[in-house]
Design a protein around this ligand. Structure first.
Ligand SMILES: *[C@@H]1O[C@H](CO)[C@@H](O)[C@H](O)[C@H]1NC(C)=O
Ligand SMILES: *[C@@H]1O[C@H](CO)[C@@H](O)[C@H](O)[C@H]1NC(C)=O
Ligand SMILES: *[C@@H]1O[C@H](CO)[C@@H](O)[C@H](O)[C@H]1NC(C)=O
Ligand SMILES: *[C@@H]1O[C@H](CO)[C@@H](O)[C@H](O)[C@H]1NC(C)=O
Length: 452
């Protein structure tokens, strides 16, 4: 009995709760199915035509404000001159037909709408470099948000590939100013008028990117085309390259190789390794040149990139090391004394002082050809001299012998002359190469220090 009563009581109370809930639901009319009712009223077919522009006076354009927030710079390709990035596009306009009293719809102030439900502006990324020309506004990812007072906001993400004219003359210390042009698709300014809202940079993946974003600004202009003006909004992204990758991986090794090339001039010409060393170093340089040139666009009349300039200078130094080594090695093995009073003076007296090379008094010794060292004579006897001696008859022997000795002495001195000349030229060439090397690299270092 008791058991039955509790069951009845439970049933009754359940009924009561249900009826009370029903009553409250019914009584608060403004809350019940507010969104459903709102949608039905706002987008009544026959009442709202999504193709009709939201303007009361048909000679007035719809004013659309376009804003952009860039959150990633995916790549900036120097060779293709294409900027790839990911952004968020926000468009705002006023639609007089979307209007409701939040009080009557349970304080509902915003309504999320699909792009098909209402009128939306058709915009296009004009300077696109993507293979497929398509509206960046994709219906699947864009969503409109209408507010009770008629403001409509359409927003969504886009991945954009746009052409960007890059100026490479300061590479790798370059700054680029890339533009993103958004215009109305086939719709003149008198129908849809674009204006720029703020351009904001939310996040840039600077940790992985070699670019640092400096500025992102927006500008509104109009373009005249076939007697009709089309409004467009241009977003300018200014980025600065972080040069350390290029400095550490290309400029530094190249400079080190060139520096080693300079050492070639300090090797004695007798060591046969001299030219082969210079050639291997030049080959190493060629690798850096190829790698750098490969990653750069073929610039026309805009000045060679700074890094390429520097590598070219280094290459020239490497080439000079070979060429000048050939000259000095050749000179070294050339017989005969240095002829000509001016040349002797220049090479044996002036230049040794200029390049700080001790001439060990040879210059003076060589000025009077008659003097020779008795002890060295026999050691330095050449087959030539022996021939002269053996060919001569008994009468002329002494004369020939002296003449021969004299010749030997002169030629010995001549050989030494050439050695000295080669040493002087080595020093001189080293200085020249070092100057070219410094000139080539100083600009890069200046830019680095200056922090361009
Ligand atoms: C009914 O709606 C009004 C305002 O729309 C609100 O203040 C009130 O709390 C609602 N009542 C219930 C029972 O939800
Ligand atoms: C709608 O736009 C107007 C003008 O831009 C602005 O004053 C108003 O605050 C906006 N309304 C809402 C709910 O944002
Ligand atoms: C980028 O280029 C545009 C147009 O060429 C110019 O108006 C703008 O000032 C430039 N921005 C910077 C930071 O140089
Ligand atoms: C961006 O550029 C504009 C105009 O060139 C300038 O007024 C603004 O200060 C710059 N902003 C930054 C963060 O450099």
């Amino acid at each position: 009995m008791a058991h039955q009563r509790t069951t009845w009581l439970l049933l009754l109370s359940a009924l009561l709760i249900i009826s009370v809930a029903e009553a409250s639901h019914a009584s608060n009319d403004s809350n019940a199915y507010a969104e459903r009712r709102l949608r039905q009223i706002l987008l009544r077919s026959g009442e709202y035509d999504a193709k009709e522009r939201p303007v009361l006076l048909s000679n007035k354009p719809v004013d659309v404000e376009v804003s952009m927030a860039m959150y990633a710079l995916i790549s900036l390709d120097e060779k293709e001159q294409v900027l790839k990035g990911a952004s968020w596009i926000i468009m705002e306009w006023y639609d007089y037909r979307i209007h409701w009293d939040p009080e009557m719809y349970g304080n509902l102030r915003f309504l999320s709408l699909g792009m098909d439900d209402i009128w939306t502006p058709k915009i296009l990324l004009t300077n696109t470099a993507s293979e497929k020309i398509e509206n960046p506004i994709q219906e699947s990812v864009f969503r409109a948000l209408a507010s009770w007072d008629g403001n409509v906001t359409l927003e969504g993400p886009i991945i954009h590939e746009t052409s960007c004219e890059m100026k490479m003359s300061h590479f790798p210390f370059d700054r680029q100013n890339c533009s993103l042009v958004i215009s109305t698709q086939n719709t003149p300014k008198c129908i849809v008028n674009l204006a720029n809202g703020p351009a904001t940079r939310i996040v840039m993946n600077e940790a992985t990117s070699q670019w640092q974003a400096l500025n992102f600004t927006a500008e509104t202009t109009a373009q005249e085309f076939q007697y009709k003006a089309y409004s467009k909004v241009i977003f300018y992204l200014v980025v600065k390259r972080l040069p350390y990758h290029y400095l550490l991986n290309i400029a530094l090794p190249s400079a080190i190789l060139t520096f080693i090339s300079l050492g070639v001039f300090w090797l004695t010409p007798e060591s046969g390794e001299r030219i082969s060393m210079a050639v291997s170093l030049l080959l190493g340089q060629a690798v850096f040149w190829l790698v750098t040139a490969e990653s750069l666009p073929p610039t026309g009349g805009e000045g060679t990139p700074l890094l390429l300039d520097c590598i070219e200078y280094n290459f020239i130094v490497g080439g000079l090391a070979i060429l000048l080594s050939v000259v000095t090695v050749g000179l070294q093995h050339q017989p005969g004394p240095l002829r000509g009073r001016f040349r002797r003076k220049l090479f044996l007296q002036i230049l040794p002082l200029v390049v700080c090379l001790q001439s060990r008094g040879r210059g003076k010794v060589n000025d009077d050809d008659s003097r020779f060292d008795e002890k060295d004579e026999k050691l330095k006897m050449t087959s030539d001299m022996v021939k002269i001696v053996s060919l001569s008859d008994k009468d002329g022997r002494v004369i020939q012998k002296t003449k021969g000795y004299s010749n030997v002495d002169v030629s010995r001195n001549g050989l030494d002359d050439m050695k000295l000349v080669a040493a002087i030229l080595d020093r001189l060439f080293f200085l020249v190469a070092a100057i070219i090397f410094t000139c080539g690299n100083v600009k890069l270092i200046a830019c680095l220090v200056h922090g361009m």
